[in-house]
Design a protein around this ligand. Structure first.
Ligand code: 13P
Ligand code: SF4
Length: 343
């Protein structure tokens, strides 16, 4: 039996003993997170979680959360969780009227592109991305003029306006399949230089790159892996493909956040490190209390802008609503839909 099924410690019931509180959903969730959140802090979380649950029902809303969201969001208030690809795919199947995107702005825009008639909310408008900020629509038009006829593959970590100038999108979960689906010897892949180099190495396709980097993953170095192997004998190292190629080469496996989760579930490495954003290990570890997670990691300041407090505020006030110019949205949607059509 998994450890999160164990009885809820009495301490956490403090603040939740009222007859009404006994029926609230948060009371049962702590067992899952008792290795992650100190018991004395739980009542504060529980209040927010219960308020969000009630608001979700009242607004007919769902919360879609990226794998880098903190465990309280990821495990307690989310209806769907996953990597960028899963969130885009799942966004298409949402039946609720309102989608709250617990992630960064480009993810909310992608959900809006695929659900133009629904209300999509992002709890903090400042939740950006260093990759999305590294390139403008004019940069993409200039690339097209410079390399006529070469298809432009755009990482989903970009604005809708940049997607609108592109031929097809990709995520870290399908970049290889998308590039191979084009059946050409040369593509432009923007804006993540390292993802593009990693995919070029995997596919043998010549890739013209852009100088964008993820501020979280660019900081890992091959030396970190060597040190980890020395300090933690037998450790299995998983690296996100936004890491520099020298890092990916030294790792045992590289893949999107969902692919890393799947690897851990499948291979059950006794000692494992995920070279990526910090919440990733926290979230995966909840499902694998028997495995040892070594946790050097880097925080994404953008992902960390989303909190239980501002998810609650988003649902109370119906802010911040994501809107996209319809003409831009039409062209951007095509690029995303072409990506989703790749098997
Ligand atoms: P994936 O979850 O698609 O691997 O993306 C990682 C990321 O950095 C998203 O911001
Ligand atoms: Fe952007 Fe990197 Fe943060 Fe993901 S982890 S949102 S790619 S800065």
């Amino acid at each position: 039996m998994e450890r999160q099924d164990a009885a809820v410690p009495e301490l956490l019931l403090h603040g939740l003993e009222s007859p009404e509180a006994r029926d609230l959903p948060a009371r049962d969730l702590y067992a899952k997170l008792r290795h992650t959140i100190p018991a004395f802090e739980w009542p504060v979380y529980a209040q927010e979680i219960d308020a969000i649950m009630t608001l979700k029902e009242r607004r007919n809303a769902v919360v879609l959360a990226h794998n880098y969201q903190t465990p309280d969001i990821y495990h307690c208030v989310s209806d769907l969780v996953g990597d960028s690809l899963a969130l885009a795919r799942e966004a298409m199947n949402v039946e609720a009227d309102v989608i709250v995107l617990a992630g960064v702005h480009f993810m909310a825009e992608t959900a809006k592109l695929l659900n133009p008639e629904k209300t999509v909310l992002i709890p903090d408008l400042g939740a950006g991305c260093s990759l999305a900020e590294s390139i403008t629509p004019e940069d993409v038009r200039a690339l097209r003029r410079r390399y006529p006829g070469v298809p432009i593959v755009t990482y989903v970590n970009t604005s809708a306006a940049v997607k609108a100038e592109s031929d097809i999108c990709c995520t870290s979960g399908n970049a290889k399949a998308v590039v191979e689906s084009l059946g050409v010897p040369r593509v432009i892949m923007i804006p993540d230089e390292y993802l593009a180099q990693n995919i070029a190495a995997e596919t043998g396709v010549e890739i013209i790159t852009w100088k964008g980097h993820c501020e979280v993953h660019e900081r890992f170095e091959p030396e970190d892996i060597r040190q980890l192997r020395e300090d933690y004998p037998g450790v299995t190292v998983l690296a996100h493909p936004e890491c520099p190629p020298e890092v990916v080469k030294e790792a045992d496996f590289s893949g999107s956040t969902a692919m890393m989760s799947a690897y851990v579930a499948r291979e059950k490495p006794q000692r494992v490190v995920l070279l990526t954003e910090c919440s990733m290990s926290d979230n995966v570890a909840v499902h694998h209390p028997d495995l040892e997670f070594i946790r050097p990691c880097n925080l994404c300041p953008h992902m960390k802008k989303i909190t239980l407090g501002n998810i609650r505020h988003a649902l109370e006030t119906m802010t911040h609503e994501v809107t996209i110019d319809p003409e831009v949205a039409g062209r951007a949607r095509l690029a995303v839909e072409r990506m989703l059509a790749v098997k």
